[in-house]
Design a protein around this ligand. Structure first.
Ligand code: NDP
Ligand code: GDR
Length: 353
């Protein structure tokens, strides 16, 4: 029987799925938290699931919610984890402008509830805690590239909620001597990225256009710059953060930045549809055309009340202290995502034929 037990909130999300897989490979027993929903929402981890009646079941999904204190206490008590990864969040920046109070409840107070559950159960010296912090904390950036010491200046209700979660994690480390750490992760993507985040929206859109399922893609601010890596690489960094003797906060990033516009161009190139832009995007709400067809149209509905224009991380502390490095390049990430979306949409077309 393994003595390494992880509790992962947000196990059904993109990172939760990659992290569950990694920890199971490393021999952990993993308790994942799933939310009650009217439709089954475990597609990303179904391949890890085994019937409880089979032997050696090391992946267990329990119902839970970051808004429910007593539930969180029971989950920690049941799992008796050695490591907790707090990945659960209302993670969509634009949605946080529409649902700011819910976002604060889940992302900020939810983190506090979980830390308090650990304290209430007298487990502060037995559990290592990872908080999913974000490059969105840097917001209107004070310096470039952004590193652990760069001042925070959040630009959305999501980022403001995550700012609270960041500091309360630091506070529990200092006040109670907890092994509690923040991973300040820059954007990371994959074929199982949520479909409303820009990268997946683009790769799915490219596949759908290529297969004749939709005429064009509607996007917002294509001049925003992001430091995009692969989720598979980043969950390994999360694990490394909790294996350190001392808790600390780390930036995980690639150290490269690209515009949304570049992401679009590379993705269309992969299906042999090089594109040219007409208009200047943000300023003129421009379109991108190919042989007269408008393939990308700019829709003001996707612009945010306040935008984070540029993110570029400096991961040198993680390189030095964790021995962590991203492995997947920008081009390889896009290729993997476009190929996966082409495959899955082709399958859908065949099934519906
Ligand atoms: P996802 O949106 O893919 O996953 C979020 C997870 O949280 C899902 O499992 C979701 O459940 C769950 N969740 C949402 N609300 C609640 C709630 N009230 N109670 C319990 N669970 C809830 O996000 P990612 O996997 O991309 O990100 C993981 C974490 O890392 C998030 O905290 C995010 O904010 C943060 N982050 C992500 C980055 C990225 O680029 N991906 C970068 C930096 C930080 P369900 O499946 O039912 O929706
Ligand atoms: P982000 O990711 O806000 O960086 O947060 P997202 O993919 O939503 O946006 C990236 C940039 O693309 C611009 N954009 C669009 N975005 C979306 N979603 N849809 C569009 O149509 C569109 N057009 C342009 C956005 O304005 C933005 O500038 C992600 C989340 O995973 C957070 O949880 C995480 O903390 C940060 O990354 C790091």
């Amino acid at each position: 029987m393994t003595d390494k037990v992880a509790l992962i909130t947000g196990a059904t999300g993109q990172d939760g799925a990659y992290l569950s897989e990694l920890l199971l490979d490393k021999g952990y027993k993993v308790y994942g938290v799933k939310r009650r929903a009217s439709l089954i929402n475990t597609a990303r981890v179904d391949h890890l699931y085994r019937d409880r009646h089979e032997g050696d079941v090391r992946f267990l999904l329990e119902y839970g919610d970051m808004t429910d204190t007593s539930n969180l206490i029971r989950l920690v008590e049941t799992a008796q984890p050695t490591e907790i990864y707090n990945l659960a969040a209302q993670s969509h920046v634009q949605v946080s402008f529409d649902a700011p109070e819910y976002t604060a409840d889940v992302d900020a107070i939810g983190t506090l509830r979980l830390l308090e559950a650990i304290r209430t159960l007298g487990m502060t010296d037995r559990v290592r805690f990872y908080q999913a912090s974000t490059s969105e904390l840097f917001g209107q950036v004070a310096e470039t590239p952004q590193r652990e010491t760069t001042p925070f200046r959040p630009r959305s209700p999501y980022a403001a909620a995550k700012l609270y979660a960041y500091w309360v994690t630091v506070n529990y480390r200092e006040a109670y001597g907890m092994h509690a750490s923040n991973g300040i992760l820059f954007n990371h993507e994959s074929p199982i990225r949520g479909e409303t985040f820009v990268t997946r929206k683009i790769t799915r859109g490219v596949a759908a256009i290529e297969l004749g399922l939709q005429p064009r893609l509607h996007l917002g601010n294509i001049d925003a710059k992001r430091d995009w890596g692969h989720a598979r690489d980043y969950v390994e960094g999360m694990w490394r953060i909790l294996q350190q003797d001392q808790p600390d906060d780390y930036v995980l990033a690639t150290g490269e930045t690209h515009t949304v516009r570049e992401f679009v161009e590379r993705a269309f190139e992969l299906v042999d549809r090089p594109i040219e832009w007409h208009g200047k995007g943000v300023e003129e709400k421009g379109h991108c055309r190919r042989s007269g067809d408008v393939l990308v149209a700019i829709d003001p509905a996707y612009f945010r009340p306040t935008e984070v224009d540029l993110l570029l991380g400096d991961p040198s502390k993680a390189h030095r202290k964790l021995g962590w490095r991203h492995r997947t390049t920008f081009d390889a990430l896009i290729a993997e995502m476009v190929e996966a979306d082409m495959r899955s949409l082709r399958r859908e077309v065949l099934t519906n034929a």
